[in-house]
Write a protein that binds this ligand. Structure first.
Ligand code: SAJ
Length: 460
């Protein structure tokens, strides 16, 4: 390709050929939860890849073929292979990577600002501003970061054009291809879940689609534009948040009317169009508590999307409901709160991951601290770490011994086969068990003489 010719100068067939011949250089900006697996998958497809991250330690680990936190199955082994084959390097300098790249994939974080409930796009916009300074003419920029519909068109592209003095669609291409992988099964999801791609023009869409089909060997759904692709990602997660809120409220209704919500859900599932969701202590993680606000941030959502707002309200009040269950159970034992020790099993936002992003258990612990309870915590993914300035216990026994109350915060697999007789003997008597996840057995727990409460399961 001549000096000033960029990848988008090629016809799609030529681009496809170059991809197949590993003659397309890829830069991945942001080597976090999604960026690193994405960079590894691209390198595994034999495309020369340069990963960029602002964090020097991450870059050093990647270049050694190591993960700082190794909790993504298969990722470290896959990284080691592409490092050995010299298909990937990492750097902290966007300039070192982007100036040679034909395609630049942006996986920068777009976190929720807790107090304002607004999404922080500064990491993304700052990264794009740096990219624009060094990107080649007619390269393709693919935004994987989860953004609200309209953000790419109204915020990202203006930054790219301003800092590069180039014109999107004429001098460079832009596509959105929001990540859809689930933390803890990212590498399998990459080859299982179709990708949705939408670009600012036909060529941007087509080139991005071809690249993702080649790298991930999955179906790629091409949509009309960037905002449609971004809306797909946000809406599919808001759908989940709304459904979780619905079943959370139904669970509270069940507690009031004396129904076991698990029995209710199991029976509802026999109807073909009932999609089961399960009550919990609230909704955590990088996606569900954040994506609704990315939809609500859009000016076009003014005065509508009441269901989305209400669902957020319900889910954010679930930690308080856990406390309600506790205070209700404490009426059965006459003790002052300062004499009560509470054990918490699990702080991760969902089972079998070591991730406390926006975990609802943080709010539960904070409320318990305000109520002057003594608190012990065990989570196998965070042994000896600190959480809410409480040191995580070494093991299960240390956390439950001499507790008056045990709260199951996260249903990690290892908490699902507790010997309740042993538990009863380790705890103070009378002991209380509160299951916030609906995965313990109320009858078995009560049969050993423990008091039980569960979200939607408190019926005796
Ligand atoms: N939750 C409930 N009840 C449910 C489902 C979830 O309380 O019935 C809670 C979880 O405990 C957690 C939060 O919601 O705190 C989020 O749960 P999640 O299973 O949606 O986990 P995430 O955040 O890892 O979601 C990701 C999402 N994937 C992407 O955004 C790319 C989501 O769309 C997937 O559906 C989900 O993985 C998955 O299915 O594993």
């Amino acid at each position: 390709m001549s000096e000033n010719k960029g990848i988008l100068d090629l016809e799609i067939e030529e681009f496809e050929k170059r991809v197949q011949n590993s003659a397309v250089k890829i830069s991945v900006i942001g080597l976090g939860r999604i960026g690193l697996p994405t960079a590894v998958a691209i390198a595994k497809a034999d495309l020369p890849t340069i990963g960029v991250d602002i964090n020097q330690e991450i870059v050093e680990f990647v270049n050694r073929g190591k993960l700082r936190i190794n909790d993504e199955p298969g990722l470290e082994e896959a990284l080691q292979k592409v490092i050995e084959n010299k298909k990937i390097t990492a750097t902290t300098k966007i300039s070192e990577s982007v100036n040679e790249a034909d395609v630049i994939i942006v996986c920068l974080p777009t976190p929720l600002e807790i107090n304002s409930k607004k999404t922080n796009y500064q990491y993304l916009l700052k990264g794009c501003s740096e990219i624009a300074k060094f990107m080649k003419r007619n390269s393709l920029i693919i935004i994987e970061s989860t953004v609200g519909p309209g953000i790419v068109e109204n915020e990202v592209i203006p930054v790219l054009e301003k800092e590069s003095n180039l014109v999107a669609g004429k001098d460079f291409g832009v596509s959105s291809c929001p990540e859809r992988a689930n933390p803890s099964t990212i590498l399998t999801d990459f080859n299982k879940i179709p990708r949705v791609v939408g670009g600012i023009d036909d060529k941007s869409t087509k080139f991005a689609s071809k690249l993702y089909q080649f790298v991930f060997k999955i179906e790629v759904i091409s949509v009309k534009n960037c905002k449609t692709a971004n809306a797909v990602k946000v809406v599919e997660n808001v759908f989940r948040d709304v459904n979780v809120a619905f079943i959370n409220e139904i669970a509270i209704f069940c507690d009031r009317i004396g129904i076991d919500v698990n029995e209710l859900i199991e029976a509802c599932k026999t109807k073909y169009n009932f999609i089961p969701h399960f009550p919990g202590p609230g909704v955590g993680g990088p996606c569900l508590p954040v994506n609704p606000y990315q939809l609500l941030d859009a000016p076009e959502s003014k005065d509508i999307l009441q269901v989305v707002r209400a669902a957020r309200e319900v889910n954010s009040q679930m930690p308080e409901y856990v406390i309600e269950l506790l205070t209700n159970a404490l009426k059965e034992i006459s003790k002052n709160s300062e004499d009560i020790t509470i054990g918490i099993l699990g702080i991760s936002y969902k089972p079998n991951v070591g991730d406390t992003q926006l975990t609802p258990i943080k709010e539960v612990v904070q409320k318990l601290k305000q109520m002057n309870f003594k608190i012990k915590i065990f989570d196998p993914y965070f042994i000896n770490k600190e959480f809410s300035s409480i040191k995580i216990e070494e093991n299960f026994e240390n956390a439950v011994t001499d507790c008056d109350v045990l709260i199951l915060g996260t249903d990690h697999d290892e908490f699902l086969n507790i010997d309740y007789k042993v538990l009863k003997n380790l705890m103070k008597s009378p002991g209380i068990v509160i299951d916030t996840r609906g995965n313990l057995s109320p009858s078995e727990i009560r049969s050993v003489g423990l008091i039980f409460r569960g979200i939607g399961r408190s019926v005796k």
